[in-house]
Design a protein around this ligand. Structure first.
Ligand SMILES: Nc1ncnc2c1ncn2[C@@H]1O[C@H](COP(=O)(O)OP(=O)(O)OP(=O)(O)O)[C@@H](O)[C@H]1O
Length: 451
């Protein structure tokens, strides 16, 4: 075990050194260009990025001719950058610098992943359930329950299955409570994250284990638990060969959430009845009014250390995401047991602020990324739209989000893919420290058991 860990620490150190070498190579490639060419590459690249972001802002925040012009600008800017590089005869150095920076980021991420791999959520052995009850939604994920034969497989493993009647709005929490009253010693859901959250809340109330069968469309909770999202039937293996993860559960307005609660622009868009069928056109139609403040609510948020004012969008997550954009495809939470909420607040009123975010990322003044065990969101309206794990609700203000540390016992299969591919946040000072660490100190410092 120790030698495996030492080998991994050694590989992480090597990758960190390679990453720093690539960064130095990129700088050298820029300096090697004769005259002021190196600076020119940087100036052209950054201007291109800023103009692309400004074009994207005009395309999203306006309609008609401004939207068309913004779209053209967003497409033309990167093309112009390439043409200018070619005309100024600096493209070989530019390409080399971009390739080297890309390699540096890839090596740095791999190094962090190797270190973090042993720092995952600890699983513990547990008794297997004797009376599991699983609630299954036949419509989730376009019919995954039927496609993967989940009812038959679960029943063959001794579970009682309750199929959700989707012809009417069914209270899933009530089904779960009745299952507990009937003697269930595990609750589970094959369905989307919104349904998972409601039943997880009941399981946590009764300190019962909870089984996640990722039969929804997105399955973000399952992804961060390290479950197999391609084959939801594999989650059922936990009924015969499982172990337990203790994870945090979010709470908002008396409801549990497993992933995110969003306020502002996104929450306003998902309230629209046409959103479910025509997501892209509904978003494009709604954004101009919301972003330019003609409609929608201005939000203030108070965390344990900060006050955010007049935000357009606020996203509160059950544990922080690794990157600043939790809505991005592939955004992940490295852990679900840190006992804190992630908070991202955005206020963008013009193209310059959009460009600032594109260049400065989380250091931009219009983007706030922080963590807090509690967040209270207020507005001048009596009720505001809130999307809780993607479900559209209206809640009275102020709305308070809390975290319940390790309140949820999740039964997971012993053999599962794990969340190794989660992209760790890229902190270059950690890479420098890793690259400079001595072999003994690195393996001693990192020789913590996987748990
Ligand atoms: N409590 C409920 N009662 C009745 N029908 C429901 C209920 N929850 C969901 N449905 C129906 O099931 C469909 C699928 O919902 P669900 O959220 O489970 O899966 P999904 O939309 O495929 O996944 P995701 O939440 O990841 O987008 C919904 O469109 C809705 O028609």
């Amino acid at each position: 075990m120790t030698s495996t860990i030492s080998r991994a620490a050694g590989r992480a150190r090597l990758l960190a050194r390679l990453a720093l070498a690539c960064v130095l190579g990129a700088v050298a490639a820029l300096i090697a260009v004769s005259g002021p060419g190196g600076l020119l590459i940087l100036a052209i690249g950054l201007t291109g990025l800023a103009v692309t972001a400004a074009g994207a802002w005009w395309a999203l925040a306006y309609r008609g001719a401004v939207r068309v012009a913004g779209t053209l600008l967003a497409v033309a800017a990167p093309v112009t950058v390439v043409v200018l590089y070619a005309r100024a005869d600096v493209w070989p150095a530019a390409l080399a610098a971009i390739a080297l920076m890309g390699s540096a980021v890839a090596c740095a991420r791999s190094a962090l992943r190797l270190v973090r791999q042993r720092d995952g959520m600890p699983a513990v052995a547990c008794a297997l359930p004797e009376h599991p009850v699983l609630i299954m939604n036949p419509k989730s994920g376009g019919g995954k329950v039927g496609r993967f034969g989940l009812v038959e497989k679960a029943e063959a493993l001794g579970a009682r299955v309750v199929l959700l009647d989707t012809s009417v709005e069914t209270d899933v929490a009530d089904i779960a409570r009745r299952a507990v009253a009937g003697g269930a010693d595990l609750l589970g859901v094959a369905g989307g994250d919104g349904t998972q959250a409601q039943v997880a809340g009941v399981a946590a109330e009764h300190d019962l284990p909870f089984l996640v069968v990722p039969a929804g469309t997105r399955n973000h909770f399952a992804m961060d638990l390290g479950l197999d999202r391609e084959d939801p039937a594999r989650s059922l293996d936990a009924l015969t060969d499982g172990e337990e993860l203790r994870v945090d559960l979010g709470a908002v307005g008396g409801r549990a959430f497993v992933n995110t609660v969003s306020f502002g622009v996104y929450a306003e868009v998902v309230q629209r009845p046409e959103y479910r069928d025509t997501k892209a056109s509904t978003v494009l139609d709604a954004l101009p009014d919301l972003l330019l403040g003609y409609s929608g609510h201005q939000l203030d948020a108070v965390t344990d250390r900060a006050r955010l004012t007049s935000e357009q969008a606020l996203l509160v997550s059950n544990n922080p995401y690794a990157g600043p954009d939790p809505m991005a495809a592939g955004a992940r939470r490295p852990r679900l047991d840190l006992g804190t909420l992630g908070v991202v607040g955005v206020r963008v009123n013009n193209a310059a602020q959009a460009a600032e975010i594109a260049i400065l990322g989380t250091r931009a003044t219009s983007l706030h990324v922080l963590t807090s065990p509690q967040v209270t969101v207020d507005s001048d309206a009596d009720t505001i739209p809130v999307a809780v794990d993607g479900e559209a609700l209206h809640l009275p203000t102020p709305v308070t989000c809390d975290i319940r540390p390790r309140a949820l016992r999740v039964l997971v299969p012993t053999h599962r893919p794990g969340s190794r591919t989660a992209g760790p946040p890229l902190h270059w000072r950690v890479i420098v420290a890793l690259a400079l660490s001595r072999p003994e100190s690195a393996s001693t410092a990192e020789d913590r058991p996987a748990g």
